[in-house]
Design a protein around this ligand. Structure first.
Ligand SMILES: [Zn+2]
Length: 419
């Protein structure tokens, strides 16, 4: 049988079949090899099937019937539950190392630095379904018009992703444990990545204001990483000092038809809570945006568009030797954090169904392993999309979501793309 174009590419670039075959078997007496289950879950995630239930149907009578063949939802869940997470993170890191060797992490703007963002996201919540690893909270909600207080179960994960490259490259995820908060979970993930990839795999980390805490930034600096973190009112004294000392004439100004940007840079500001100095950047941006004019329904004038000005001010605390480089670079670093929210989390939840538990109830490990395979599939299909599809296509960009449909279709017509 001819092989699928995605799989041929992954083998050529990552030796993926070999690496996948080296994953340890978690079950004692497997009837179906783990490599088959892994392929089904991985390819199902690449085709963006939302659940193991649909995957069972696709393996039985759908697009994966030739490539995988009949495979039950229960068999997949049983195998996932018995698989350990560490070899999957190893595999994801091997992929990341290869991407770096191949120059995929190269940045057009980050001055030779590899910049990563870290952030947390809630991936499922339920009043009914839970597993031993679920986090819990009491919430008020309406059931049949009646206000009730119930325990809600949920999970939070931390994700680290390269954000300086032409497209984001996630490096790994970790489930938040019951006895830790998001920052502790993210720090544990960063340490796991550092052990596998080495400290020098990336240079600088960006994060939101929640992460601006003494133990976290100390841990980053102990690893040799620079950082740019949003400064908000969870560090009230530092914010007040930053506001007070970044007044007067701006150190940098830029203006075009879309926006006016002004930056103030303070190279040394004492951060009392941490008993140390940091650099601080203040940005003020006025953007021109077109929006539909709101008119009363009986207005004689037709609806038109008007231009409004939207103003935003941000502060960033930084640990980075700027030297002769313009403070604009710190602003670019700070802004790059948005990529993990607006691209990585957005696509992972809408297209890659990361929030859909699929296999979760009483199966903590299966849900973790499924989520890790989904993240790996997202990373590798994104690479395939940008390096193979988008760069080779003459037709207009058809988008990442459309790619999943094409990938699924190619399983039905394997001979068309044999190579
Ligand atoms: Zn759970």
């Amino acid at each position: 049988m001819s092989r699928h174009r995605l799989e041929v590419y992954l083998d050529k670039v990552f030796d993926f079949s070999q690496r996948r075959a080296a994953l340890p078997e978690g079950r004692k007496y497997p009837r179906i090899p783990w490599s088959t289950i892994f392929d089904a879950v991985f390819l199902g995630a690449a085709c963006q099937f939302p659940s193991l239930h649909q995957l069972e149907a696709e393996c039985g009578t759908g697009v994966l019937r030739t490539r995988i063949g009949p495979l039950s939802e229960d068999a997949m869940a049983y195998a996932l539950e018995r698989q350990s997470a560490a070899p999957l993170l190893d595999l994801h890191c091997e992929v990341a190392r290869q991407l770096k060797r191949n120059g995929v992490l190269h940045s057009s703007w980050a001055r030779g630095l590899v910049v990563v963002a870290v952030d947390g996201i809630e991936i499922c919540s339920s009043f009914v379904r839970c597993c031993p690893g679920c986090l819990e909270r009491r919430v008020h909600h309406k059931v049949d018009e009646e206000l009730r207080e119930d325990i809600q179960y949920y999970h939070r994960i931390s994700v680290v992703s390269v954000v300086s490259s032409a497209f984001p490259v996630p490096l790994g995820l970790r489930f938040q444990a019951r006895d830790e908060d998001e920052v502790a979970c993210s720090l544990a993930l960063l340490e796991e990545l550092s052990q596998r990839l080495g400290r020098r795999f990336f240079d600088l980390l960006v994060a939101d204001a929640l992460y601006l805490r003494t133990p976290f930034v100390k841990a980053l600096e102990a690893q040799g990483w620079d950082w740019v973190i949003n400064l908000k009112d969870n560090q009230p004294e530092l914010l007040a000092e930053a506001q007070r000392t970044t007044d007067g004439e701006a150190h940098y100004q830029q203006s075009d038809s879309q926006q006016q940007l002004r930056l103030w840079y303070q190279p040394q500001l004492y951060w009392a809570a941490a008993d140390r100095s940091v650099q601080v950047l203040r940005s003020e941006r006025v953007q021109s945006q077109r929006r539909v004019q709101l008119r009363p329904p009986d207005s004689p004038k037709p609806q038109g568009k008007e231009t409004i000005e939207v103003e935003s001010t941000n502060f960033y605390a930084c640990h980075f030797e700027l030297g002769n480089v313009s403070p604009l670079f710190l602003y670019q670093l700070g802004r790059s954090r948005w990529i993990i929210d607006t691209e990585v989390f957005q696509t992972l939840t809408t297209d890659s169904h990361l929030k859909k538990p699929s296999v979760h109830h009483d199966r903590q490990q299966a849900f973790l392993v499924l989520s890790m395979i989904r993240l790996l599939a997202y990373t590798l299909t994104l690479v395939f999309y940008h390096r193979q599809v988008r760069s080779h296509e003459r037709t207009p960009d058809r988008g990442f979501r459309r790619l999943a449909q094409i990938l699924a279709y190619l399983f039905l017509a394997p001979r068309l793309d044999s190579s």
